[in-house]
Design a protein around this ligand. Structure first.
Ligand code: PEP
Length: 249
């Protein structure tokens, strides 16, 4: 069964209205690629970003959502609100939210379910810390995060998993291709739809390492933080997809 490659950018708490020319800048690379391209700007820019990429095939997504659809939750944004603003996807369980906001697997599961209910594809992030990897517990930790974070009914659901080793995010350190290959294959074994679920790698992906990482059989794309802020770097990462096996899986 075919799995489409997805290259997703996470702008985190960066960007302003003046950043929206990014979409024109990456349009040529996106047009020449068979990959699906997704940008997750801060929610203040989501609507304008959706307008800026209309007709280009580039999609936009949220970086988080609340588990409820509406209510007294000051400062939060619900999945239906993201959808209305033009999002197709939403990142849930990013390690920065797990660390900064104490998000648990159970909360990530509730957010994933809220996303699906609103018609959004949840991009569910998992990944071990350096200490956990050094203790030889990386696969065990990630399997446990998946068991707790995947929606209750996840078979036949449009899920994306992002494997993001915490120690590789924003540090310039990248997991070795062997470690990524092993982890992605272990993750696939934990999934209800192993053959069709898209599994991204995230953690200091940049133009110089994208082709090696994207060339791995079980890597279906990338979740890119820092390098998604520069159109030239993000375009180069998109271009690296074409070096992935042809025809595209
Ligand atoms: C991320 O935040 O999801 C990420 C992978 O960041 P970076 O690419 O900067 O490591």
């Amino acid at each position: 069964m075919a799995r489409r490659t997805l290259i997703a950018g996470n702008w985190k708490m960066n960007g302003s209205v003046s950043s929206l020319d990014f979409f024109d800048a990456i349009a040529p690379a996106a047009r020449n690629s068979q990959a699906e391209i997704l940008i997750c700007p801060p929610s203040t820019l989501l609507y304008q970003a959706a307008q800026a990429c209309a007709g280009s095939g580039i999609r936009v997504g949220g970086q988080d959502c609340h588990a409820r659809q509406s209510g007294a939750h000051t400062g939060d944004i619900s999945a239906p609100m993201l959808r209305e603003a033009g999002a197709s996807h939403v990142i849930v369980g990013h390690s920065e939210r797990r660390a900064d906001h104490g998000e648990t697997d159970a909360l990530v599961r509730a957010k994933s379910e809220a996303a699906l209910e609103a018609g959004l594809v949840p991009v569910i992030c998992v990944g071990e810390t350096r200490e956990e990897r050094e203790a030889g517990r990386a696969v065990e930790v990630v399997a446990s995060q998946l068991a707790g974070s995947l929606p209750e009914k996840s078979r036949d659901m449009p899920l994306v998993i992002a494997y993001e080793p915490v120690w590789a995010i924003g540090t310039g350190l990248t997991a070795s291709v062997d470690d990524v290959a092993n982890m992605h294959s272990a993750i696939r074994e934990c999934l209800p739809d192993p053959l069709t679920t898209c599994i991204l790698y995230g953690g200091s992906v940049k133009p110089g390492n994208a082709a090696d990482l994207l060339g791995l059989d079980d890597v279906d794309g990338a979740l890119v933080g820092g390098a998604s802020l520069k159109s030239i770097d993000f375009s180069a990462i998109i271009a690296a997809v074409s070096r992935k096996s042809e025809p595209l899986r």
